[in-house]
Design a protein around this ligand. Structure first.
Ligand code: ADP
Ligand code: MG
Length: 722
């Protein structure tokens, strides 16, 4: 093979497994690095703890005098864990986590130092965040963004090679109070949903109603590639995906990876990740191989949405960092390898509270479970009415490669309900609710196996938004995306639907209509107007795409360029403003920031395509061509006529590739566009297809050029060598 590639393979073959530590006792590891409520209770004066606890439950800002006491306790705890620094962690409008580190050190007038951490630093830090995307909310001269501890998400210490740091999850707002981050809207959306849910529950006749909270359990898919391969693939390093690469002879067609044993090296890596997560109080629960070779999944147990979202960010960080220590690169890109399954992040979401439990739990007899029907109906209405918004919040240049590919849900947002619930809602529409189909039993046809009760929310893997027994699973979310955006959208559309239902109920009750009659009338209206979004069939089929768009009128926003402009529409502006989740200015800033990210990521990739094609692939092709033509000429000189076909083919492919590269360079020099929307469409319709054209020729060359001259690690090598 080629020298670069051989070196990489040698490095991999001589890698030693990291020493497997005996896993510690879960009870000892669990949340040992978190300043938990229990720890706070132990070290805070009773009155201070009580006030803090109340703030945590109500989500109100922390009282200044309380903050001082909490800060000192937090600092002492962190120092006892070896921390010298603290960091406000916040979640800017990228999918990343941002941190700014500050020392506890404070120099006294006599030159001695003490460690100091005052309450005002806890509730209000002031990072210089001017370089974070903010969609124009803050002009740079007023570049002041404040971070403040979100008391509902506990502080923790993180150990890295640079030492131990106290990390404080924070919101990030401008000096005028506008949300510059993903956490602030998530907190607001949860509050809006809680308020609306409480309104509805009161009308249903409940009196003691605890705060309603949304929950989230996010399944994370990822790829592992050996670091020595990645280091010689500029595309993987810079864009997180392969921009070139011929499909391997063996792909995932054997379906042998999904249930396969986890390779030992990967298992050691996973164990390391899990230990770190446990120490941070993140309930990692399942791990397994995914469909594609080299693809894996980790899923934690669900938690309150806000905490789950912070934890999800940590999971992504820890996966990436830990992979490095094990000689891997962890790819969170939605489609790192063309022709191979992509990676998603299934966001499981529900709402509930201490008095009612899980509000999306149908129980055994959903037809008579009014609370469930109302909340489930509200979700259906919300997803139908705001399907375009749900598409917009999962839009990114990278997720565009995955949505609508053969293994991922289509860009058409529909709801899967399953047989039993479909039947109940059909009965509601017909106006005669008689009962629930029994769950049924699954007879496995093997006598020695027990008969399993059939899951009423039977699995449908092709639906972007599936009811899965006691929650919805938003499956179109991308593997690299923050879950905050999708959670904000789900909470917000649910709040809107619940408010609408409360309005309807109030007016019908005022007319003296019986509660049950009113509820059925409202649900009937919901299903009549919004039932078109429910689809239990195969979401991958051509037929569905036709039916969805032509008969049911569901939007099919194929690319990010089509989806993001939804954020500018009037009804979306009204939605966010009415429930108090995003002001029009905040919403506009999101459109700006995300459009810019889309355009930039396509432009960066296009430039990479140009440079890799020109400086890596073309030279390899020319070397091979020269070898071939020299041999043909030499053979001719002694009277042997060799076939010229492959030389001609290499020459033609190389020329065609370079022609496409020239065109790509040319279109990349276009910089002025009438609008951001036009610029995005240009990226989607002109730049991307041309990148694909360059790739087609390059991948064809890979099939022609002598293996020992091919400079880029192949798909086969990257996917199968571990
Ligand atoms: P599957 O791969 O079959 O979808 P997993 O067990 O991998 O199932 O993931 C299911 C996820 O859904 C887990 O994170 C689980 O904690 C989460 N989940 C379960 N119940 C709820 C709920 N009420 N709200 C939110 N998430 C939930
Ligand atoms: Mg799932």
């Amino acid at each position: 093979g080629n020298e670069l590639r051989s070196q990489a393979i040698n490095t991999i073959n001589s890698r030693k497994l990291s020493v497997v530590k005996m896993p510690g006792r879960l009870e000892d590891m669990w949340a040992s690095d978190v300043f938990t409520l229990n720890k706070m209770q132990e070290c805070l004066p009773k009155s201070v703890f009580k006030s803090l606890h109340k703030t945590i439950r109500s989500g109100e800002p922390l009282d200044g005098s309380v903050a001082d006491v909490v800060a000192v306790a937090m600092k002492d705890w962190a120092i006892s864990k070896g921390a010298l620094y603290y960091s406000h962690m916040f979640y800017p409008l990228t999918n990343a986590t941002a941190e700014k580190h500050d020392g506890f050190i404070s120099v006294q007038s006599d030159g001695t130092v003490i460690s100091e951490f005052a309450g005002k630093v806890l509730v209000q830090g002031e990072p210089d965040g001017s370089s974070f995307p903010n969609g124009g909310i803050r002009s740079t001269f007023e570049a002041r963004g404040y971070t403040a501890w979100d008391v509902t998400s506990p502080a923790f210490v993180m150990e890295t090679d640079n030492g131990v740091t106290l990390c404080i999850p924070t919101v990030f707002v401008s000096w005028t109070g506008e949300a510059l981050d993903k956490k602030t809207p998530l907190l607001r959306s949860n509050a809006a949903m809680s308020k609306a849910a409480t309104r509805v529950l009161k009308l249903l006749g409940y009196s003691e109603i605890a705060t309603v909270n949304s929950s989230c359990g996010a399944e994370q898919e990822y790829f592992l590639v050996d670091a020595s391969f990645a280091s010689v693939r500029p595309d993987l390093l810079l864009s997180g995906r392969t921009l070139f690469g011929k499909a391997p002879a063996k792909g995932q067609q054997f379906d042998d990876h999904y249930f396969g044993a986890i390779p030992e090296r990967v298992q050691v890596f996973m164990q390391d990740v899990e230990e770190k997560l446990y120490r941070l109080g993140i309930p990692a629960k399942t791990r397994h191989n995914e469909v594609a070779p080299g693809q894996f999944e980790i899923a934690p147990f669900f938690e309150a949405a806000n905490v789950a979202s912070d934890h999800q960010q940590l999971i992504m960080t820890i996966l990436r960092n830990t992979a490095k220590r094990h000689g891997f690169v962890c790819l969170l890109h939605e489609k790192p390898f063309a022709g191979v399954n992509g990676s998603g992040k299934h966001v499981n979401w529900s709402v509930g509270n201490a008095t009612q439990g899980n509000l999306l739990d149908p129980g055994d007899t959903p037809h008579s479970n009014v609370q469930f029907l109302v909340f489930c109906g509200a979700v259906i209405r919300g997803v139908h009415k705001y399907a375009s918004l749900l598409r917009a919040v999962i839009a990114s240049a990278s997720n565009d490669h995955r949505l609508g590919a053969n293994e991922a849900p289509p860009a058409i947002i529909s709801v899967y309900l399953g047989e039993q619930l479909q039947d109940v809602f059909d009965q509601i529409v017909q106006g005669d609710v008689t009962g629930s189909q029994s769950k049924g039993v699954m007879n496995l046809g093997v006598d020695t196996l027990p008969v399993f009760p059939k899951d009423p929310g039977d699995r449908n893997r092709t639906s972007p938004f599936a009811f899965t027994g006691n929650r919805f699973e938003f499956r179109a979310v991308g593997s690299g995306q923050s879950v905050a955006g999708p959670l904000v959208a789900m909470n917000t559309v649910l709040a809107d639907s619940l408010n609408w239902m409360a309005d309807q109920l109030e007016s019908q009750l005022a007319e003296g209509i019986d509660l049950n009659v009113a509820i059925h009338a409202i649900l009937k209206e919901v299903m009549t107007d919004h039932g078109a979004v429910v689809f239990n069939g195969n979401g991958y089929s051509e037929e569905w795409h036709k039916v969805a768009v032509e008969e049911r009128g569901l939007p099919n926003l194929k690319t990010t360029a089509d989806a993001l402009p939804v954020l500018q529409q009037e009804y979306i502006k009204n939605l966010f403003e009415q429930v108090g989740v995003l002001s029009p200015v905040e919403l506009a800033s999101r459109f700006e920031a995300y459009s810019e990210q889309y355009i930039q990521s396509i432009e960066v990739e296009a430039k990479l395509v140009v440079s890799i094609a020109k400086t890596i692939i073309y030279p390899a092709a020319m070397r091979y061509l020269s070898e071939l033509s020299t041999t043909i000429a030499n053979a001719g000189a002694i009277g042997i006529e060799l076939d010229k076909e492959s030389a001609t083919k290499v020459a033609m492919l190389a020329k065609s590739m370079m022609d496409a590269v020239t065109q790509l360079i040319d279109i990349l020099s276009k910089h002025s566009f009438p609008s951001t929307e036009d610029h995005m469409q240009f990226c989607a319709k002109t730049v991307r297809p041309l990148m694909d054209t360059v790739r087609e020729y390059a991948d064809a060359l890979e099939g022609e050029v002598a293996d020992d001259l091919w400079p880029l690690p192949t798909y086969q090598e990257m996917l199968f060598i571990k």
